[in-house]
Ligand binder design. Sequence first.
Ligand SMILES: NC(=O)c1ccc[n+]([C@@H]2O[C@H](COP(=O)([O-])OP(=O)(O)OC[C@H]3O[C@@H](n4cnc5c(N)ncnc54)[C@H](O)[C@@H]3O)[C@@H](O)[C@H]2O)c1
Length: 298
Amino acid sequence: MPRFSPDPRHRFRTNKGENGAVAWLQPHWSPPIALRLENKVAIVTGAGSSGPGWGNGKAAAVLFAREGASVLAVDVNEEAAAETASIIASEGGRCTVRIVDVTRADDVEAMAAACVDVYGRIDILHNNVGIIGLGGPVETSEQEWDRVNDVNLKSMFLTCKAVLPRMAAQGGGAIVNISSVAGIRHLGVDYVSYSVTKGAIIPFTRSVAMQYADRGIRANAILPGFMNTPMIVEPLRDAYGAGDVDRMIAVRDAMCPMGKMGDAWDVAYAALFLASDEAKYITGAELVVDGGLTCKTG
Ligand SMILES: NC(=O)c1ccc[n+]([C@@H]2O[C@H](COP(=O)([O-])OP(=O)(O)OC[C@H]3O[C@@H](n4cnc5c(N)ncnc54)[C@H](O)[C@@H]3O)[C@@H](O)[C@H]2O)c1
């Protein structure tokens, strides 16, 4: 009778019993015990969280550090970034905070230079920063339109502008851009600036991926669906819940095929994969992380 060894050192061995029969088997394949981002340096933008709990950027920063990366936690909000850094430090990881407004070219260039100063290189650029602006063209002010474009889209242009030459000089890297299924579907709420910017991240990512494919730099986009993270509370409580947060959560949960929204870790694990060498042959791709939402609405 095959048995499963509880000892992880036995993962790749099958012991033979006295009669030659397999004495125990590994129940599922597991990678060798190694950290998936060991010796990598990662910039995570929006590494704080806009409220209590786990935002996508905060979870990604912590997960990257758990997997061995040295993290430059970038945020405009010092307190939020410091909280992420203290979680990483409490777990024995490596993290440096950098206060940056990713809409400012000078800030972003200094961020890239600082990362090389502190850690010597940049292997991963995780472009997570994003904000929601509600309304269609009539309800959205020109100022708000520009602000959402700057934070969601221009920020990625600026970070790539600063980081790509450094990655190219060191011989490679991985860029993960956070888009949204709101860029490819209407999700019941009018937020034209958000949808347009999240949609534009897809061709932006493909363009970077193609231009730098032969220089060892990969660029991929993640399209999260409905995620229960702090960023949805303020902007979306009215849009989905008539001002009530619990109702907003219930409405969004009910729209998801799995009966509930995803969370920040779902996005963070997708980012970890795309940032890691496990995804070494994946570039210019869009990874939808939505529990089947777009499958249902497609
Ligand atoms: N939660 C969802 O349902 C959902 C769905 C799809 C996509 N997303 C995307 O996930 C990303 C955000 O995830 P999150 O959970 O980390 O959000 P969050 O709001 O919790 O955290 C974002 C962080 O970015 C920082 N930030 C904002 N503007 C900045 C700027 N100009 N410069 C530097 N930092 C800035 C904030 O201070 C904050 O700490 C966004 O791109 C968002 O569009 C979320």
